[in-house]
Each structure stands twice: as structure tokens, then as C-alpha cells.
Design a protein. Structure first.
Length: 251
């Protein structure tokens, strides 16, 4: 194994020989230029690695978001496995420096192109799968997606905290969250709602807002940003939800 390939193996957190690594790092420009019998470029391994990546990412998403539907899972997967995400990881492990490129392609900087790096990343996953099996391939995939998956989770908290909280509670085996008004303050034209979110007999957090809906969203966001389960304080002014005013308040 060439020194730059050995260094790459170490950066990937692996050890020993990878029989298919050299093929995974062979760009078609190098294979075309060398024209050696039996020399393969990395396109076949890229094809395999694409499937391995898709399987491992889908498995991770289904485990983390048990109540997400097919469309939601598909959209999340597309965020995690696009060329930009793969090339970003490839740069972090200096994959481009280990690629075998033709002289012309190397001179024009092909080894730093997004698509070339993304394709090589998939080829490496295919090689790891063939040489080390699915568990090692899954570990490598998680190295690629864990950071963007965390950002995705943060984005979901920001944009849809109620759905995200429900998914997390259900994944932990808890009862679906319930939202309960504990008090309403202010005159009819300027009310503020205070809501607690509960699962089972536990109060997770309290939220506030100018409508019941906004208060529920605030409570869900607070619960997501706090350790769970926990017992959040509830105002002594009343635990039972007061009756909502009969007049429309714009919920």
C-alpha cells in the first residue's frame, strides 16, 4: 500500500490492508492514461458505495425519527448524502490528496472538484464494505453524517419543535406529549398564554406565547433544550387548565 494510502487509512480510523482501497482511489483519468490490463477505475465501487451509504443513512434516520413518514425521511436523506456533504467530509480526511489521477486531470485540479470527491467518498465506502463488512462501513458512514445530522436535528427543533419532541419521546418509549394551559394573563386584547408540556405524569417544560399555539411551540422547544425526563416547576397559581375564553383569541 502506498504511503499516502496508509495515511488515509489511519485518518479513516482503520488499520491494516484494504484490498479494494487502491481501486477506490483510482480516477478514470488515471486508468485511461495508464491503459494497464486489469487496472480498474473507481466507478464500480462508487456504484456499490452509493447503495451502502443509502442503506446506512436510511437506517440511522428511521432509528432517530421513528414517526417520520416516507417523504420526510427522503428529504432528510437528500440533505445528508448530497455531493456537497460528501465532498466536505472527503476534504476533512484529505481524500483528494490520495486519489490517483491522470496528469492532465491533476494539473487542472480535478482532485478538488466536488463531484470527484463525492464519487471517491462513495467508492471508499464500497471498498470498506467489501473488505471489512457492513458494521465497519456503517461506522464510516456515521463519521460522514453525524455532524450534518446534528445540524439537521437543530434545524428541526427551530422549525418544528412539537413534531421533533414527539419523535424523541416516542423513540424513548414515552407517552405522546400533552399540552396544558396553566394560566392566562393580560386583558382580552393582549393575552399571554402559559402552557406546560407533559408526558405521562411528568411535566417536561413550560412555554409562553400570545396564543395557545405559540405557547405550545415555546414549551416544546424548551423541553428539547433541557434534559429529559425532568420535572419542571409549575406556577402555584393553578395546575388545572382554566377554561379558555369563549371569544376568539386567534389561536
Amino acid at each position: 500500500m502506498q504511503p499516502q494510502h496508509q495515511a488515509l487509512v489511519a485518518r479513516l480510523g482503520l488499520s491494516g490492508e484494504l484490498e479494494h482501497l487502491e481501486e477506490a482511489l483510482t480516477h478514470r483519468s488515471f486508468a485511461n492514461e495508464q491503459r494497464k490490463e486489469g487496472l480498474r477505475d473507481n466507478q464500480r465501487l462508487e456504484f456499490l458505495g452509493d447503495s451502502v451509504l443509502g442503506l446506512c443513512v436510511t437506517d440511522a434516520l428511521m432509528d432517530r425519527y421513528p414517526s417520520a413518514n416516507e417523504g420526510e425521511l427522503s428529504r432528510m436523506r437528500s440533505v445528508l448524502v448530497n455531493a456537497e456533504a460528501l465532498s466536505s467530509w472527503a476534504r476533512s480526511v484529505e481524500l483528494g490528496a490520495a486519489l490517483r489521477m491522470g496528469r492532465g486531470a491533476l494539473a487542472t485540479g480535478e482532485h478538488e472538484r466536488i463531484n470527484v470527491l463525492a464519487d471517491a467518498a462513495e467508492a471508499v465506502m464500497g471498498a470498506v464494505y467489501l473488505d471489512r463488512g457492513l458494521d465497519e462501513a456503517r461506522r464510516l458512514v456515521h463519521a460522514v453524517i453525524d455532524e450534518p445530522l446534528s445540524r439537521l436535528a437543530e434545524s428541526m427543533i427551530a422549525h418544528d419543535p412539537k413534531s421533533t419532541l414527539q419523535e424523541r419521546i416516542q423513540a424513548a418509549g414515552g407517552a405522546s406529549p400533552r399540552y396544558r394551559i396553566v394560566r392566562i394573563e393580560g386583558p382580552p386584547h393582549d393575552r399571554e398564554f402559559f402552557v406546560v408540556v407533559e408526558t405521562g405524569d411528568e411535566v417536561l417544560a413550560e412555554g409562553r406565547g400570545r396564543s395557545k399555539k405559540l405557547a405550545e411551540v415555546d414549551a416544546a422547544r424548551a423541553a428539547l433544550l433541557s434534559p429529559w425526563p425532568q420535572q419542571a416547576p409549575v406556577s402555584s397559581e393553578g395546575v388545572d387548565a382554566p377554561k379558555e375564553p369563549e371569544t376568539s383569541l386567534g389561536t
